[in-house]
Write a protein that binds this ligand. Structure first.
Ligand code: NAD
Length: 314
């Protein structure tokens, strides 16, 4: 690995995502030419959550750019669970829809788990259905959750050694931490999962050759928690709008300070960027690291679902 005296090299998720999306575009073209099938992605958005609106718009645009048929079904906050389950049933039955994504979080009063379990597992392009989670657990092929799958691709693309290495995953959510730990185990890492009740988090983190932070706490992973030369993947996304906080995380970085002053904020992850850059061998930036890969892997999942539907005999 890179000696710690050099600044960390960038785990460039944006560039890799572009390559993946180009590959998905080629795959969509081939499927259309050979089978006359256009992959279809339907995103369901319930309510007015501002961040979700942006995510959903980005997913729709990316799917269209890859040559897919992409639709967003927007439902009011007052939508009942029964209505949403009815829509999921219709989408499950629609042969033009190969991928269904129900944007989370759902409004209060709707049981997200029940909605996820109502999805056809073969159309579950978020990879959250218990059948797909079980396939991952058992090491069987299935649709993988997009963020963890993207992180693994990022590590593999940059040829970060994994087999026999010590990987520490900070965070145990079903969306990121847990599935990622299983994927790293599949690649023969020795994996430790840390969470909010872990007592010696800093010490465990500092033992990692590969450290992934998915905890939702801005800049929590500081320099002394990073083994010199380690590969560090930062999954967190937070908006920093205070100049003092921006300075704590980015020092006098003029671009970041200008973003706070002129545009009201800048993004930061769960890792302290300045300190990590000095200690780590590799570091994924925020933005431009894990975020773009999440969308790219969603497109890959949708293409895979469409290919599977086109070739399976019913
Ligand atoms: P979550 O809130 O569901 O889970 C957070 C996990 O971190 C929990 O398991 C909790 O035990 C652990 N945790 C919380 N505080 C901790 C602490 N002080 N020390 C140790 N562990 C602690 O979050 P999530 O959905 O897994 O997302 C994590 C972060 O990643 C968030 O910032 C989220 O915005 C971001 N995220 C980014 C993408 C992307 O595409 N880049 C995708 C998903 C999530």
């Amino acid at each position: 690995m890179t000696p710690a005296s050099e600044p960390a090299r960038i785990l460039d998720g944006a560039a890799l995502a572009q390559r993946i999306r180009a590959g998905v575009g080629d795959g969509c073209r081939r499927l259309r030419e050979r089978r006359g099938v256009v992959p279809g992605l339907t995103v369901v958005l319930v309510g007015e959550d501002a961040a979700s609106q942006i995510y959903v718009r980005n997913k729709e645009k990316a799917a269209r750019a890859a040559g897919m048929e992409s639709h967003v079904v927007r439902l009011p906050t007052a939508t009942s669970e029964r209505e949403l389950l009815g829509l999921v049933g219709e989408l499950n039955a629609d042969p033009a829809v190969h991928g269904i994504l129900v944007q989370l979080p759902l409004p209060e009063g709707i049981d997200s788990q029940r909605v996820i379990e109502a999805l056809d597992p073969d159309k579950d392009v978020d990879g959250f259905h218990p059948l797909n989670a079980g396939r991952l657990f058992a090491g069987l092929p299935g649709l993988l959750p997009c963020t963890p799958a993207g992180i693994l691709r990022l590590l593999e693309h940059h040829e970060i050694p994994l087999a026999g290495k010590r990987a520490v995953v900070l965070g145990r959510s079903n969306i990121v931490g847990k599935p990622l730990a299983l994927l790293l185990l599949r690649r023969n890492c020795t994996v430790t999962i840390c969470h909010s009740r872990t007592t010696n988090l800093a010490e465990i983190a500092a033992s990692a050759d590969v450290l992934v932070a998915a905890i939702g706490r801005p800049g929590l992973v500081t320099g002394e928690m990073i083994k010199p030369g380690a590969a560090v993947v930062d999954v967190g996304i937070h908006r920093v709008s205070e100049e003092s906080e921006c300075r704590r995380l980015y020092g006098d970085d003029p671009e970041r300070l200008a973003a706070v002053r002129e545009r009201g904020g800048t993004l930061v992850g769960d890792v302290h960027p300045l300190e990590a850059r000095r200690r780590a061998g590799w570091l994924s930036p925020v933005p431009g690291g894990v975020g773009p890969l999440t969308i790219a892997l969603l497109l890959e999942n949708t293409l895979a679902a469409a290919e599977r539907a086109a070739t399976s005999v019913h």
